[in-house]
Design a protein. Structure first.
Length: 69
């Protein structure tokens, strides 16, 4: 994951709704659904994400938004 990606919003140590480092969220590029991605996946941008709503697979850089909490 590149630090300057425009689709990544980094909220580490700034959000109260998640325990820091445990969960990040990705927005599907097809259906706009938000889904949880764990720290082991977010640290490996070469792994495709899988939307549980529409089953589209895409790389992190292709997602509409990613929130790192």
């Amino acid at each position: 994951m590149k630090k300057n990606d425009k689709n990544i919003i980094n909220y580490k140590n700034a959000v109260s709704w998640e325990k820091t480092g445990n969960a990040s969220w990705a927005q599907c590029k097809e259906c706009d659904n938000w889904f949880n991605i764990g720290p082991s996946i977010i640290s490996k941008p070469e792994i495709k994400l899988h939307c549980p709503n529409c089953h589209k697979e895409f790389f992190q850089e292709e997602s509409k938004k990613i929130i790192i909490a």
